[in-house]
Design a protein around this ligand. Structure first.
Ligand SMILES: [Zn+2]
Length: 308
């Protein structure tokens, strides 16, 4: 069965202003790399629909949605926090970014695809129920996970997050929901400087030292994520795919390599095959050094396609 590649041209129009790391060039660099490698012709292309208010309300408060709308500038820029710049084109992009994950879930549950990669921006995992932050407005992956639970009646889903930053938004939304297993690792102490959450049966949140390299990261995945995923038997594994722990990405100090991102994807594919009928919905989060980002997304996608 095919791998879906879900994106939308409106995600390119979200303008974060001069000197901001989260730019449309990220998506262009990924697409150029996939075209050059030939992978772009092998995936099933899907235009992301715009998320609905009802789908957003499963994970965000009405006040949060209203605040974003009220802050949207007619022209130029405004800031939801020191890092989160929005422009008139931001809201359509954010709606497509969250809608992509919803569409991925619908396609997956219908049996039309085996897995999906949502190549979207703005990213999502810092967005809390009540608060936009860290470049994120809507928590795209949480919107998708809630859609799987509420619209399709799934009973268990997992979210694996290998972005270098703590998934404070995803934790805020799901840490007390027994239907959602969150597996993450992240540099600590580091942005977003939110409190560590207590680990539990369904929260595997593992801080890594700034000096961490492949060995430390792989040990977390092998010793903490994999046993939890095998035990939990999620019906879909969502992946918050951030590539900003790469050693070439100066957003962080952790030094992972291309091979680590390939390896962690392979681990997730293997556990999904055993525990989740192979179902994976991967969603782009961070990754700001364009060369390593594009290379690692290619490897990530290859593993999802079984073409590694
Ligand atoms: Zn990040």
């Amino acid at each position: 069965m095919p791998t879906a590649y879900i994106s939308h041209a409106e995600c390119l129009a979200h303008d974060t202003g001069p000197d901001h790391p989260e730019t449309a060039s990220r998506l262009s660099a990924i697409e150029d790399r996939l075209i050059a490698s030939g992978l772009f012709d092998l995936v099933r292309h899907v235009d992301a629909p715009a998320v609905t208010e009802e789908q957003l309300r499963r994970v965000h408060s009405a006040r949060h949605l209203k605040t974003i709308r009220a802050m949207l500038p007619q022209q130029g820029y405004s800031r939801l926090d020191p890092d989160t710049v929005i422009s008139p084109e931001t809201l359509p992009a954010a709606r497509r970014a969250a809608g992509a994950v919803v569409a991925a879930v619908d396609l997956l549950v219908s049996g039309a695809i085996n897995n999906a990669f949502c190549c979207v921006r703005p990213p999502g995992h810092h967005a809390e129920r009540e608060r936009a932050m860290g470049f994120c407005l809507y928590n795209n992956i949480a919107v998708g996970a809630a859609h799987a639970l509420e619209a399709h009646g799934l009973e268990r889903v997992a979210i694996a997050d290998f972005d270098v930053h703590q998934a404070n938004g995803t934790e805020d939304i799901f840490k007390d929901d027994p239907r959602v297993l969150i597996c993450s690792s992240f540099q600590h102490p580091f942005f977003p400087f939110t409190p560590l959450v207590e680990n539990s049966e369904t929260v595997i949140s593992i801080p890594l030292d700034a000096s961490a390299r492949s060995d430390e990261f792989r040990a977390v995945v092998r010793d903490h994520w994999m046993p939890a995923l095998e035990r939990f038997k999620p019906q879909i594994i969502f992946v918050s795919a951030g590539f900003d722990a790469h050693r070439d990405d100066d957003m962080s100090s952790i030094s992972l390599t291309d091979a680590d991102f390939r390896w962690v994807t392979d681990q997730i594919v293997k556990v999904a095959d055993i525990s989740a009928h192979g179902r994976i919905v991967s969603v782009l989060e961070g990754g700001y050094e364009l060369h390593s980002l594009a290379r690692c997304v290619e490897l990530h996608l290859r593993m999802l396609m079984g073409a590694g």
